[in-house]
Design a protein around this ligand. Structure first.
Ligand SMILES: Cc1ncc(COP(=O)(O)O)c(C=O)c1O
Length: 456
């Protein structure tokens, strides 16, 4: 008991560093539409009080550009129905990890579907996308420790993992894990810098090398130079891991991601993704060979020791993938029209300091938009940004209003206005493209919008 004040003090000081701002950013209440008593999952429950009245005022006043439900599949009728029917028929099992009590036919069906989409022989479904990254990296680390006959792996035996500096924090955590256990040496290359990567690969003594890159970087909203990475693989013979977290379902005819867009799925050894974004549900997956699947099942701790994903979630994911076709075809039409290889649902606006990013986000909130400020530890303190995420439910009208709000904020920045205006220009082009592609709303005259709102 005596140490509690000390802890309070330490916690208070740590929190001050984590959130310098005493007035934390407002997070919107997610307001669900009202349903009839018969449809309400909580209605008539005897053991709990009913839910409190939803605060609709937030929803009515605010449009969110901060979720990852890119194709709005989380509310698709087929997805809802599949989850509800599976829950009624089967409950929330399986109630143990796969290694303890196995998987159901539903799990296998989803695994086979994802393997087929990404052109791999097998697939492992994990409880979250986070778990997929850490499970894969933990299994990779085991290749070094299990083959070095009980000793610490030597430098040559350790694995060399090469990762882009802008990879997502879940990947960084997995990398720290294998580095900490001295199973791998981690090399971080400059963002999308192929020459830097080539140089690091050439100087690394490890026999087994892995390159890990996101296909579309969540932090920056830009694509990896995937064809150059495929070329470099021919020179260095590395295991190529592509993280399609943001591109599964949003890119490629069958939703197979950037690998499918460029027809290079056979050059990608392991394709990793999440089911928590465009799929509209929850979970992650690792599509790979049968051999890698066996190793991940046995030694990918965050998979091996975690309870399997419940059947209703698996059923909803499967339905989401099936329902994706109709939404995706609209994205495809727009991409063909603009001769874009792929559309990105992410727009990142580099702002500068943490305070400027927080101020910008707050300004957007006052204008009725929830737009997230990306801050440390995700990015460096001077590289904070606003991240806009687009979905198929946003309309051109929403985007026009968003642009108007953003352009009001530009003069408030100390940053060079011209540079900011050109960044915004690119962002709007991307946002407009996505909205047109996914909703078929004809352009609100993109150019007049820009000249009205930004350039003049
Ligand atoms: C590359 C990447 N991996 C993993 C995740 C986390 O996935 P999940 O929410 O399914 O754990 C994200 C989410 O932002 C991501 O961008």
């Amino acid at each position: 008991m005596a140490c509690l004040p000390l802890w309070e003090d330490r916690l208070g000081r740590t929190l001050k560093i984590v959130d310098k701002d005493d007035d934390p950013l407002h997070q919107p209440n997610i307001c669900l539409p009202r349903v009839s008593p018969a449809e309400d999952p909580f209605y008539g429950l005897e053991t709990f009080d009913g839910p409190g009245p939803w605060d609709r005022s937030t929803l009515e006043k605010m449009i969110t550009f901060s979720g990852n439900d890119y194709l709005n599949l989380s509310t698709h009728p087929a997805v809802r129905k599949a989850a509800a029917k599976a829950a009624l028929a089967h409950g929330m099992g399986p109630r143990a990890p796969f290694m303890t009590c196995g998987h159901t036919d539903y799990h296998r069906l989803l695994e086979d579907t994802l393997a087929e989409m990404t052109k791999k022989d097998a697939c492992v479904i994990t409880p979250t996308g986070f778990a997929a990254r850490t499970a894969l990296l933990s299994a990779l680390g085991n290749v070094a420790s299990l083959t070095s006959a009980g000793r610490r792996p030597t430098r040559e035996e350790r694995i060399g993992i090469f990762a882009d500096v802008l990879n997502h924090p879940t990947i960084i955590d997995g990398l720290r894990l294998v580095e900490e256990q001295r199973e791998a040496d981690v090399f971080v290359y400059r963002h999308n810098d192929i020459d830097h990567l080539d140089e690091l690969l050439s100087g690394c003594p490890a026999e087994k090398k892995v390159v890990y890159s996101e296909s579309l970087f969540g932090i920056n909203g830009d694509f990896a130079p995937i064809l150059k990475l495929v070329e470099l693989r021919k020179k260095h013979g590395y295991l190529f891991v592509v993280d399609e977290a943001h591109t599964i379902l949003t890119c490629g005819r069958n939703g197979g991601g950037i690998g499918e867009v460029y027809g290079i799925q056979d050059q990608i050894d392991i394709c990793i993704g999440t089911l928590s974004k465009a799929t509209g549900c929850r979970g992650g997956f690792i599509a790979c060979s049968e051999g890698w699947k066996k190793l991940i099942q046995a030694r990918g701790q965050p998979f091996t020791f975690a309870t399997s994903t419940p059947v209703p979630i698996i059923a909803a994911c499967y339905e989401g993938i099936m329902a994706q076709g109709a939404v995706w075809s609209r994205v495809q039409e727009f991409a063909a029209l603009t001769r874009c290889s792929a559309m990105s649902p992410l727009v990142s606006l580099l702002v500068g300091s943490e305070q400027e990013a927080v101020n910008a986000s707050r300004h957007m909130l006052e204008c009725g938009f929830h737009v997230t400020a990306i801050r440390p530890p995700v990015v460096a303190p001077n590289a904070c940004r606003l991240q806009l995420t687009l979905t198929s439910a946003h309309t051109s009208e929403d985007i026009s209003r968003l642009v108007a709000a953003l352009s009001l904020w530009i003069p408030a920045l100390r940053a060079d206005d011209d540079r900011m205006a050109s960044r915004l220009l690119m962002a709007v082009e991307q946002a407009e493209g996505f909205a047109q592609g996914t909703t078929h709303i004809s352009s609100d005259s993109f150019h007049s919008l820009l000249s009205e709102r930004i350039l003049l």
